[in-house]
Ligand binder design. Sequence first.
Ligand code: B3K
Ligand code: ZN
Length: 882
Amino acid sequence: MRTNQPKTIHLSEYKVPAYLVDTVDLRFELFDEGARVHSTLSVRRNPESAEGSAPLALDGDSLKLERVAVNGDDLAVGDYEETGGQLIIAKVPAQFELAIVTWVEPQNNTRLEGLYKSSGMFCTQCEAEGFRCITYFPDRPDVMARYRTRIEADKSACPVLLSNGNDVEKGDLDNGRHFVTWEDPFPKPSYLFALVAGDLVEKQDTFKTCSGRDIDLRIYVEPRNATKCDHAMDSLKLAMRWDEDTYGREYDLDIFMIVAVDDFNMGAMENKGLNIFNSSCVLATQQTATDLAFQRIESIVAHEYFHNWSGNRVTCRDWFQLSLKEGFTVFRDSTFSADVGSPTVKRIENVTLLRTAQFAEDAGPMAHPVRPASYMEITNFYTLTIYEKGAEVVRMIHTLLGPDLFRKGSDLYFERHDGQAVTTDDFVKAMEDASGRDLTQFRLWYEQAGTPVLKVSDAYDAEQNIYRLTIQQSIPDTPGQTDKKPQHIPFALGLLGANGEALPLCFEPGQDARNAPTERVLELTEASHTFEFHGVAQAPVPSLLRHFSAPVRVAYPWTREQLVFLMSHDPDGFNRWDAGQRLAVDVIQSQVGSSDATDIEPRLVEAYRALLNDTGVDQALVAKMLQLPSEAYLIELADSPDVAAIHRTREQVLHHLATSLREELVACYHRNSGGGTYELTSESIARRSLKNNALAWLLMTNDETGRDLALAQLRDADNMTDRMGALRALVNSDYAAERSQALADFYDQFQDDPQVVEQWFSVQSSSDRAGQLPQIHALLTHPAFDWKNPNKIRSVVGVFAGQNLAAFHNPDGSGYAFLADQVYRLDDSNPQIAARLVSPLTRWKKFAPAYSSLMRTALERIRDKPGLSDDLYEVVYKSLEG
Ligand code: B3K
Ligand code: ZN
């Protein structure tokens, strides 16, 4: 068991760097047995630092130091100290040149941070603190320098040598080696440095910017993937145009590169001019990727591209400000996806993720504010709170200011801080200065953790025609934070009359209703508010928190009649969907523990029947509305959830719906199948989604027609969405022989495509039919499984623990023990992935004692592991002790 704690870093202890670096000159000699890194820095004391002549302290991790020299003079061993992850030089001049040579071993780097090898290719990942695994450096984002990088490698093994900026020189060297030199004219923090060297092919295109410059666009992939880059390239061009149109942001270098890498800890990385992507977030063809994957690629390509301004040109002062770039950039990419696709569907997807996973995080042991006040290991803070809640916070500023003032604010922000490393407060200040609005109270969204709860009640005064709405806000305690102050919450609402008409919202008695808006954004700033709406001639049905205008939980005593009414009448598509979800949640919750399926709410069945029959409404919305709330969401909503009972009940309701709606489902299936060539429009995506949903429901009831349709679809599909839809439906059915056959055939057909094999793993690991523990163990020993590849680990272990909830929460504790075993094993090779995977166990306190004690035991075993990493220590420690 580990006895020493990792150091906790506090925002309150932030100090400007004592030394600045103006230029970084790097020379990489890449060999099979390692890499020698020559780094020459021009360093000077920071005039703004109070540290005077403090020693120079540089960060380093797993480095072999070969040389250190100041102004050309080699330092002797006593002139410097290598200690606690730092290189310390006690005496340095006010300004000097520092030369450092280090030796690293990319081929043995399984953490995938710093310089490492993936499928024979050299690549880097430096955010957040990977650059220190390459050379000693002040590895913090507020040290911004201009980089020049020369890469030398064997010409046949690594014909392509890439780094940030523009290539300025290249040539041959002795012994079959060659070099390329890159120069990046924009000062940047070390976390944006990148290098790639390997045998890659490029897909090339150009983009003409709004000022008429031609940008060279290149996507680099392994030769076998050459035909799979079109969608990523199209997405890139779409994103570049959108950022010009929407934010007035033009690309700044002459070349923009994306490289696809198989072994990657996350989705992608926005290195300046050289984005590095997980292969699964770039490569796609109709035959290999589902609609969901296509959409994911589009949004991630856009996200990383958008970082060029929100993150790179204007970067973070320190890692507490991570949401400055991530929250804003997620807001930018979701607006982009909404604009190029279906806005309502995009909003539904965002909110589903937020309510299922971010709310859970906010209620758990790792809850932290959008701007955390402390951390032990920064990689643990790339969270849904920083990303998704951070994006909601920016969205609320957009709602409060309106689109024009928001744009004025973003212009001011980019102009004022170009080339700087700044804080979330600087962002809010720019919004304030541009709009004239006071966002003082709004800033609490950055400081206070936890999901606000809005308790809403109402009363209708028929005599005076007044409708009164009272909203009370409270924010639950979170680790280290109690007694929170009320926050500034934009609350969008409308009122509906008995025929579904939108009622005018008049705040004043006698106000002219004809000019009154039918939707308003109320601004909540106090613990309790009562709003009066005048001239309301009938008791209205309120449509609350439209578009999900704030990341909060709303408690209002909706009746089932009201929900059914809102499902078909609310003019806000998001709230129509939400009403359907609330109704389904209510029905499932009231059914938990009952074995009688005959008393399942008939209005739910009829509402779904109406949806299936109504071909006049947006079919993309219908496709979403027909998806029942997930088990994960139902668990999130419950206190001491009984996972097995929730699973059983949800299946029972699904079964009942599918049986009652059999005819409509078959008709829906046929209406939405066939019909020409594969397209990626929202309309065709909706059709495929409806069809595959209908199929899945039919197979729930062991329907033979459903089975035959699925088998035929699997055989005839011309795209992966349909093939995967059919496979998933069969895998989750009771047709055991068909399931095994379909899985075997599918693997035979696609075994050479790693991205498809990952989907094949996931479809099994997420299924309670095909993903029980013995089967999961078999997947781990499958020849296609690879413990060094994070995608494979996620698609089996991550999906099992995160999506196959009944199996994971097996009352015998076997699922917990299994996860603990895998996390334990991974901690030595890839602690970042281990710390992410352990997350489902960390919520042990939420569950009933029978579950929670077993979860706790599993966590304790991890805690007691000798040599536990800092990453895992923080998460496990906070979960057990917090
Ligand atoms: N900025 C990167 C994430 C880096 C994670 C480091 N552990 C990708 C992104 O959010 O765009
Ligand atoms: Zn990002």
